[in-house]
Design a protein around this ligand. Structure first.
Ligand code: C2O
Length: 550
């Protein structure tokens, strides 16, 4: 591989959406941010220089970061923030991954505007396991707030209530014609008849899983989270925040004299408020004879896609069950056949007592909290990985995250009277190369809600999923150890459970959290500490000299 150098200057820029101009945090004035392109095996070196008043870190979501944990990026987990006037160089190699991932800010809610694609091409000379596309197009979903998002979340955390919902969803930063004042801010995918396009899709929205469809066209799913899957056709796909997918779009064989709408809107299971609006864009054909475009304005017929209803959990369960690893000799599914450690975590919402003299807007005057195994994660004020590496862990975290929740709970029965949670900075410690099975159960305490859980530093295999209570006596018999999908973000189903397996072959501190940003802010997060192995190539190297201090 080669080394690819990027320089990301973090600067404010004025951006107008929905007839509203605001100053947002960007990489060199671009919104959405620039794309990173690399081949499998390449080294990527990104110098980030912070010129804004906010503390910043960037995360390379889904990049495995083998023995490069110092470059992972979550604030107070692997590094202290980059302050104004400071810089930090993220330096990592892309190993055995190809597809689409994305980078985003990993501190507070800055990822609302700081995000962009990571395009990983196969190594030179290695073909795709599907027919070569005519063109490749990134499709990045986001969310737009007219208000300042840092103010939105800090106000919500102070009052203990829920944050304001966004004002629009976006495709490549554009809300599209179904929103006020946005007809000119519409994404247009221009295609020629009879060609195959590879859509590199990313859900960078903060708080919503999204359904997506293009009217009168079929999508062929060929990979998720930068891992190939057995291709399958669908009219509609579901993508949770933190998930990515590559899909093939075959354009119609001849010029269709029509325009087609593409649209995305949320899959919403929570009891809280959400933005139920729709982002849309156009699929426009270029007439091969006149090379004019069948654009929306030209009074051609317009076809609209139909999307599942807002809470269509059955669609989601069916779609996710169709995702299977290729599991070929060239792309084997290295599922751990046996496991050395088994964990059962609950994930869900709860409430915390409110500090004195404060009016909290959560249930019964409490504040909203979210937990893994009833523990709402308390962020430290220094980075966990630094504390571990320099032997200062005692003051920063405790290595005693429980194997299963301390208070057992009947997840599908009536909710307990006491939904209060405890706070803590607890890590789960794993010896190098441990094989792990983790079952995550949605608690449904404040309503059954889907949670897209993201694990840093690893891909995992989704060996099982189901509704109701996980049954350790029965369910493992149905686990798929042959061709389960391999990914980095998985939806814990609303009112159900999911089982994953992975091998802890990457020393470091690895964050795991719900990729719905509001739940992360409320504490639905924890971290794994994977210890060094005994051989030199099984150890985390020392930090780079420019690693920021807290
Ligand atoms: Cu995409 Cu910890 O995040």
């Amino acid at each position: 591989g080669i080394t690819r150098h990027y320089r990301f200057d973090i600067r404010m820029a004025n951006v107008t959406r929905l007839c509203h101009t605001k100053s947002i945090v960007t990489v060199t004035g671009q919104f959405p941010g620039p794309k990173i392109v690399a081949r499998e095996g390449d080294r990527v070196v990104v110098k980030v220089v912070n010129h804004v008043q906010y503390n910043v870190t960037l995360h390379w979501h889904g990049v495995r970061q083998l023995r490069s944990g110092w470059a992972d990026g979550p604030a107070y987990v692997t590094q202290c923030p980059i302050r104004r006037g400071q810089s930090y160089v993220y330096n990592f190699t892309i190993v055995a991954q190809r597809g689409t991932l994305f980078w985003h800010a990993h501190i507070s809610w800055l990822r609302a505007t700081l995000y962009g694609p990571i395009i990983i091409l196969p190594a030179r000379g290695v073909p795709y396991p599907f027919s070569k596309p005519y063109k490749e197009v990134p499709i990045v979903f986001g969310e737009w707030w007219n208000a300042d998002t840092e103010a939105v979340i800090s106000q919500a955390l102070q009052t203990g209530g829920g944050p304001n919902v966004s004002d629009a969803y976006t495709i490549n930063g554009l809300p599209g014609p179904l929103y006020n004042c946005s007809a000119k801010d519409t994404f247009k995918l221009k295609v020629k008849p009879g060609k195959t396009y590879l859509l590199r899709m990313i859900n960078a929205a903060l708080n919503d899983e999204l359904f997506f469809s293009i009217a009168n066209h079929t999508l062929t799913i060929v990979d998720v989270d930068a891992v190939y899957v057995k291709p399958f056709d669908t009219d509609t796909l579901i993508l949770a925040p933190g998930q990515t997918t590559n899909v093939l779009l075959r354009s119609k064989p001849s010029f269709p004299h029509a325009t087609f709408l593409m649209a995305a809107r949320p899959y919403a299971t929570g009891s809280g408020t959400f933005d139920n609006s729709t982002v849309s864009g156009f699929l426009e054909y270029q007439d091969p004879r006149t090379s004019s475009t069948a654009s929306f304005n030209k009074k051609l017929p317009l076809f609209k896609p139909s999307l599942p209803s807002l809470n269509d959990t059955a669609f989601v369960a069916n779609f996710t069950s169709r995702l299977r690893s290729l599991a070929t000799a060239q792309f084997p599914a290295k599922v751990p056949r046996t496991v050395e450690r088994q964990f059962f975590f609950t994930v869900g919402l709860g409430t915390s007592p409110c500090p004195k003299n404060q009016t909290c807007q959560g249930p019964n005057g409490t504040k909203f909290a979210a937990t893994v195994s009833n523990i709402s994660f308390a962020m430290p004020t220094t980075a966990l990985l630094q504390a571990h590496f320099f032997g200062q862990s005692k003051r920063v975290y405790s290595p005693d995250f429980p194997y299963s929740p301390l208070i057992p709970f009947n997840y599908t029965g009536s909710p307990p009277n006491n939904t209060l949670v405890s706070n803590g900075t607890k890590l789960m410690v794993l010896p190098y190369n441990t094989t792990v099975e983790l079952v995550m159960q949605d608690t449904s305490i404040l309503g059954a809600e889907s949670h897209p859980l993201h694990l840093h530093g690893f891909n995992f295999f989704v060996v099982g999923q189901g509704f109701g209570n996980y049954n350790p006596a029965k369910d493992p018999a149905r686990f798929n150890l042959v061709d389960p999908v391999e990914r980095n973000t998985v939806g814990v189903p609303a009112g159900g459970w999911v089982a994953i397996r992975f091998r802890a072959d990457n020393p470091g501190v690895w964050f795991m959290h719900c990729h719905l940003e509001v739940h992360t802010s409320w504490g639905l997060k924890m971290a794994w500490l994977v210890l060094d192995g005994s051989l030199p190539n099984q150890k985390l190297p020392p930090p780079p000299s420019d690693l920021p201090n807290c």
